[in-house]
Design a protein around this ligand. Structure first.
Ligand SMILES: NC(=O)c1ccc[n+]([C@@H]2O[C@H](COP(=O)([O-])OP(=O)(O)OC[C@H]3O[C@@H](n4cnc5c(N)ncnc54)[C@H](OP(=O)(O)O)[C@@H]3O)[C@@H](O)[C@H]2O)c1
Length: 259
């Protein structure tokens, strides 16, 4: 009898996603397109989801590996089910579903935020992710991975972004609830919460010297996120190395949440 831990023959390689079948929503530009390249480059098959088909096709054409283009609206329940069905038809199933589509259409206080805008933000950012998770869980086997793109603003709201921050805080709660609900099926559910990355959504901040400096000043590492900073967190959560990680929120923010 030894009191040493039993050392396994092999350890899963963190971030190894070769051969994984990965759905990425919001893949027509910005961070979703970035993730599509990162996953494709290391041998994953990717299904690109967003509303604008021509942009999805342009992303698909630039990828080194196999891809599917599935255009539609993540707020549409039937569309999410159709994406899940397409993964079964084309690939025989899906391993990873990244709900990344999101909007932030307004910076305004409560009186200036129309009820319709509030509803739209929650519908795309929160309900869209729920409908995707629901569709994915129907066709995913044990070992499946759901990953939501949250935001540091879900934990630390900023003035004028209450609807957005609420939607992202909701995603963190939803991931924890679904992690419990889907644990018996062997599916993990986690959130990646990016800090500030330049993308079409964030251009207004990046292009404003004051706002950009506020981001930099508030980020412990003193800079905006670079494109190569982000995908590793998703790849870790998608890989076999994260089998025991569920209900977690992984900030990739250069220490934005520390200050
Ligand atoms: N950039 C940052 O610094 C940052 C930081 C934290 C979190 N995030 C989050 O990261 C995610 C991606 O943001 P991004 O910066 O890459 O924004 P982006 O450049 O504006 O891209 C948003 C993506 O979502 C898609 N989309 C929007 N509404 C949709 C809908 N109803 N149905 C299907 N697809 C839809 C868009 O494509 P179509 O318009 O063609 O549908 C696009 O592909 C979002 O969830 C955002 O909240 C970003």
């Amino acid at each position: 009898m030894t009191d040493q831990i039993e050392i396994p023959e092999t350890f899963p390689v963190p971030g190894a996603v070769t051969g994984k079948r990965v759905v990425i929503t919001g893949a027509s530009r910005g961070l979703g397109a970035l993730l599509a390249h990162a996953f494709s480059r290391v041998g994953a098959s990717v299904a690109l989801v967003a509303r604008t088909e021509k942009d999805l096709k342009a992303v698909a054409e630039a990828l080194p590996g196999p891809s599917l283009v599935l255009s539609g609206d993540v707020t549409d329940e039937d569309f999410n089910e159709a994406v899940a069905d397409a993964t079964v038809t084309e690939w025989g199933g899906v391993d990873v579903w990244i709900s990344n589509a999101g909007i932030s259409p307004i910076v305004a206080g409560p009186r200036e935020t129309a009820a319709s805008i509030w509803r739209k933000v929650l519908e795309v950012n929160l309900t869209g992710a729920f409908l995707g998770a629901r569709a994915a869980a129907r066709v995913m086997g044990t070992g499946g991975r759901l990953i939501f793109t949250g935001s540091v603003l879900g934990e630390r709201p900023r003035q004028g972004l209450t609807a957005y921050s609420t939607s992202k805080a909701g995603l963190a709660a939803m991931a924890k609830g679904l992690a419990l609900d889907l644990a018996p099926a062997g599916i993990t559910v986690n959130v990646v919460a990016p800090g500030w990355f330049d993308s079409p959504l964030a251009h207004a901040w990046r292009n404003s010297p004051e706002l950009s400096a506020a981001v930099t000043g508030h980020t412990a590492l003193g800079r905006w996120g670079a494109p190569e900073d982000l995908a590793g967190a998703y790849q870790f959560l998608a890989s076999d190395a994260s089998a025991f990680v569920t209900g977690a929120v992984l900030a990739v923010d250069g220490g934005y949440l520390l200050a």
